[in-house]
Design a binder for this molecule. Sequence first.
Ligand SMILES: *Cc1c(COP(=O)(O)O)cnc(C)c1O
Length: 405
Amino acid sequence: MKRRNVIKSLSILPFTGAIAAKASTIHTKEATPADAPKRDLFKELGVTPVINASVTMTFLSGSLMLPEVLEAINSTSKDFANMYELQDKVGGKIAEMLHVEAAMVTSGAACAMVLGTAACITGLDEAKIKMLPNHPGPRPEVIMQKTHRYLFDQAVSTTGAKIIEVTGADEMAKAINSNTVMALFFNAAEKSSITHENFLKVAKAKNIPTFLDAAADVPPVENLFKFQKMGFDLVTFSGGKMMRGPQSAGLLFGRKDLITAARANHSPNEAPIGRPMKVNKEEMFGMYCALKSYLERDHKKEWEDWLQRTKTIGTKLETLPTVKTKTWVDPGPANAFPSLFVNWDAAKIRTTPKDVVAALKAGTPSIVANHRGDSLQIGVVLLRTDQIDVVANRVKEILQKAVTA
Ligand SMILES: *Cc1c(COP(=O)(O)O)cnc(C)c1O
């Protein structure tokens, strides 16, 4: 096309959106005849597709996005949007859905931790926002229970804050001083010396904002409402775990002034600490759709489907000599859903759960499962419907080979 013609056709575009859309459909059709093989990017790049018979893990790409999320990503990719307005609208809607003052989409729960901490340090002080993670005075302090320390708290120290470890409510009260900016509660910690309620009581008495990390703590869906009701000022959940939004999206919600400050520390602003943690437009729309869909889902039915999956796989495996299976529900709060435990008599089936896990991984298709104690653990919640039998058959095949005569 000559330049003049390009300009000509561009100039009519805004008035002929419908025609342009139609034309592009036709063009796509011409480019890929119906009988042409579909492009397989896994194959093209030599990437191994994996069946996840475990739990959501970032190294294994989180979860599979819901069809409505993919639809949202595609349908919103054709127009530009002002990112401030988009975060306003998406955040506003999410806040409404979760019964909180304000909310925002972050690039995962880890980003929410950086932004939440940054918000508590800077407020709306532009000079401070520009300076982070450096501070002219003493380092800001974030209180955590000693038993709550975990790998993800590096997201807190990324802001320049220092983590102060405490044990028990008295020690927490004593540790709070003029440098304290926030108190962080890791919801899925194995041990707590301070309950949620006491933690809130101590922090509130000293006017310290509280942040709860519940990244992997749905299901149950009620958890999306529970902690703001308890009184936590900020709460985060991952978007790309069981909510099945984009893997790189997450939710931060709670007090309006803190969300406003968190946003001031985030993209699309150019200077702040959160600038390298941007969320694209499509993922914001996608995260909204994932949350909406999660809230509207029939959770009871989904749970029954998961139980049925463990039964289907269990029944198939128990046709092998000495094999016993058991449905187990993780008490949570993280990964609180059913999986299947498989055991057998090692004298009859000469292999170990660890070796079965290795064989599953090395096979085609590659399947990721776990061994736990002396059991094989098969996760069911992340399987596509068509993968339930595939997993059952592969495990059966591997065990069958090891049966002694
Ligand atoms: C997964 C997880 C995170 C990080 O969440 P992303 O959404 O992957 O950034 C933080 N904290 C806990 C407890 C998690 O399980």
